[in-house]
Design a protein around this ligand. Structure first.
Ligand SMILES: CC(C)(COP(=O)(O)OP(=O)(O)OC[C@H]1O[C@@H](n2cnc3c(N)ncnc32)[C@H](O)[C@@H]1OP(=O)(O)O)[C@@H](O)C(=O)NCCC(=O)NCCS
Length: 186
């Protein structure tokens, strides 16, 4: 199985497409906000160099087949409202993890639910993954709610899983299986 990039994924309001270098100024704006990066594994971006380093990491992961990084674009305006990704791709187990970030000004509109619905459909139907996982800081209530709304099951709490930004952090683990996705009401 190969972790291959799809053509743009269209939904009612959004396009989920593979990130390009031209997206970096918009992504800097999104990641320059402390409330956005609070539960992310990296610091708030300060300059375009931070965006460039992130992009180069993403390109390395594309090249080694371990991840696919997307941006979420509003249809019509073309504004980049956030990102989502599939990573920690395990081909033998047909499994990957998801991550996602929405610009703060776009919170509360259901955009990430719509974008992830496209991404999950692609992951299960086109990549034939069996299982998608997510790890979330227990304090990240919006992310917990988002995953449950998409049909994920909370499978447990990994205690003191990470040391990040000078903090020891627990992680909630969530999982969604292909048959749960196909049979979920939408
Ligand atoms: C996680 C994220 C994508 C969620 O997107 P969002 O647009 O803020 O989500 P919504 O506002 O639609 O909230 C999702 C749900 O959580 C609920 N929610 C939001 N904030 C909440 C809070 N502080 N406490 C409890 N529930 C909350 C909403 O009511 C909504 O529930 P509903 O679907 O039943 O209406 C967004 O907050 C984000 O990008 N955060 C920063 C990056 C991040 O933390 N990424 C995830 C890493 S695991």
């Amino acid at each position: 199985m190969v972790f291959t990039a799809p053509p743009p994924l269209h939904s009612d309001r959004l396009i989920v497409r593979v990130v390009e270098e031209r997206d970096l100024p918009a992504l800097l704006e999104i990641h320059a906000v402390d409330d956005v990066t609070r539960f992310l594994p990296y610091a708030t971006w300060q300059t375009l160099a931070d965006a460039q380093a992130w992009y180069e990491r993403a390109m390395r992961h594309h090249a080694d087949g371990s991840a696919l990084q997307f941006v979420v674009e509003a249809t019509g305006s073309g504004v980049v409202v956030g990102t989502c990704l599939l990573f920690r791709f395990d081909s033998a187990s047909a499994r990957a993890e998801i991550g996602y970030v929405l610009g703060q000004r776009h919170w509360g509109c259901g955009y990430m639910r719509e974008a992830l619905a496209s991404l999950l459909a692609f992951a299960f139907n086109e990549l034939s993954l069996r299982r998608i996982e997510a790890e979330v800081d227990p304090r990240n209530a919006a992310s917990d709610r988002l995953l449950r709304r998409l049909g994920f099951t909370h499978e447990g709490l990994l205690r003191q899983r990470w040391v990040m930004k000078g903090e020891v952090k627990d992680a909630n683990v969530y999982g969604l299986l292909r048959h749960e996705w196909s049979s979920a009401p939408r």
